[in-house]
Design a binder for this molecule. Structure first.
Ligand SMILES: [Zn+2]
Length: 145
């Protein structure tokens, strides 16, 4: 789903942002970072204050831009009155299948490698009702299990 990629970037930016504020990196053993997030913390800790400030600035700009785009183009709205307030009445599974998905990982020596994993996808049909005008509508959504 398109949200997944956006979400990942938001999480990375948030960790950068939090790290700069809390200074968590000082508690980590940066010679042996064990997770991508720790690696991110450590990389960030080696930067100067100026670079960090720049990073915060870009994080805020990017965060705002992503939020705006999501709100404007991707957020689910009532087809009638465009309200974003709605309730889910029901959810029904229409289909389920397994498919290969490409994932890119960073290894400990800094290289990237691509591998294929099997993912189960479920097609769900959602029935919504608008909380504002009462219009009912349905959408089919593909979800990763
Ligand atoms: Zn409505």
């Amino acid at each position: 789903m398109i949200y997944k990629g956006l979400l990942r970037n938001v999480v990375i930016m948030l960790t950068l942002f939090l790290n700069v504020n809390i200074g968590l990196a000082s508690e980590l053993d940066c010679n042996h970072p064990t997770t991508p997030t720790e690696e991110l913390f450590c990389d960030n800790n080696r930067k100067s204050d100026e670079e960090k400030n720049e990073q915060i600035f870009f994080a805020i700009v990017a965060f705002t831009a992503i939020g705006w785009v999501w709100n404007k183009f991707f957020r689910r709205r009532c087809p009638e009155c465009k309200s974003t307030k709605y309730s889910i009445i029901s959810k029904k599974e229409l289909d389920r299948y397994r498919q290969a998905k490409e994932v890119t990982e960073r290894t400990s020596n800094g290289k990237t490698k691509t591998r294929h994993i099997q993912v189960t996808y479920v097609i769900n049909k959602y029935d919504f009702i608008c909380d504002n005008c009462g219009k009912p509508w349905s959408e089919e959504v593909r979800e990763e299990k």
